[in-house]
Design a binder for this molecule. Structure first.
Ligand SMILES: C[S@@+](CC[C@H](N)C(=O)[O-])C[C@H]1O[C@@H](n2cnc3c(N)ncnc32)[C@H](O)[C@@H]1O
Length: 187
C-alpha cells in the first residue's frame, strides 16, 4: 500500500488507539461506542461494524458518516446496556468539573462495555501543565487513582498505564481496561 493510502486510511485517528489496532485488540469486535465522539475521528477504523457516537455537541456529530448512530447528550445522561465490544473515551473525562462528575462519566462508559469488551481511555494525568476548553483546569488522575478506579470498576488491566508528557505541556494517560467474562477481546 502506498504511503498516501495508509495516511488516508488512518485519518486523524488517535495514535494510541492505532496502537491498540496494531496489537490486534479489536480483531473480534463488532460494535463500538465513542463516548464524547466529537467529529468522530476515532470511529474511522471501526468502519463496517456497528458504530455509535454520543456527544452533547450536536454540530460536531453532524460530520459523522451516515451509518453512525448518534445520541446528542452527555454520556452519563443515557442508560447504556452492556452491549459494546469497544467503548472509547478519548480526551473527554478530563472535562469533568468534579470527582462526582468524573465518576458518573466513567461509570456510564463502563456500563456500556459488554462482558469481555474493552474500554479505551485517554485522559489527563497528574504531572502536566495545561488547560482544556476555555481555560478550564483538567480533572487529572495520579497513577494511584487509575489503579483505584480500575479496582473499583472490577476491571482487568489490558496493559500497564502509559503516560506521555509534553515538556511544559500536557500529560495524558492511555488507560485500557477489559470487562471480565466473554471472549471478545484478544489479549
Ligand atoms: C477534546 S474533544 C475530543 C473528541 C474526540 N473524542 C476526539 O478524540 O477527537 C472532547 C469532546 O467531549 C465532549 N464531551 C464533553 N463532556 C462530555 C460528556 N459528559 N459526555 C460526552 N461527551 C462529552 C465534547 O463535546 C467534545 O466533543
Amino acid at each position: 500500500m502506498k504511503l498516501h493510502a495508509v495516511l488516508e486510511a488512518l485519518g486523524q485517528t488517535d495514535i494510541h488507539l492505532i496502537d491498540q489496532f496494531m496489537k490486534g485488540r479489536f480483531e473480534h469486535a463488532r460494535s463500538v461506542l465513542d463516548a464524547g465522539a466529537g467529529r468522530g475521528r476515532n470511529l474511522r477504523l471501526f468502519a463496517g461494524m456497528r458504530r455509535v457516537a454520543v456527544d452533547p455537541d450536536a454540530e460536531r456529530l453532524g460530520d459523522l458518516p451516515s451509518d453512525v448512530e448518534r445520541h446528542v447528550g452527555r454520556v452519563q445522561d443515557f442508560d447504556w446496556a452492556p452491549e459494546f465490544d469497544v467503548v472509547i473515551s478519548c480526551a473527554v473525562l478530563h472535562f469533568a468539573a468534579s470527582e462526582a462528575e468524573f465518576e458518573a462519566m466513567l461509570r456510564a462508559c463502563w456500563s456500556a462495555v459488554a462482558p469481555g469488551g474493552v474500554l479505551f481511555v485517554r485522559t489527563a494525568a497528574v504531572g502536566g501543565d495545561f488547560t482544556v476548553g476555555d481555560g478550564v483546569v483538567p480533572w487529572c488522575l495520579a497513577e494511584a487513582d487509575f489503579a483505584a478506579w480500575t479496582e473499583r470498576l472490577g476491571a482487568e488491566w489490558v496493559e500497564p498505564l502509559r503516560t506521555s508528557v509534553v515538556a511544559g505541556g500536557r500529560s495524558m494517560a492511555t488507560w485500557v481496561l477489559r470487562k471480565p467474562g466473554g471472549a471478545i477481546f484478544a489479549p
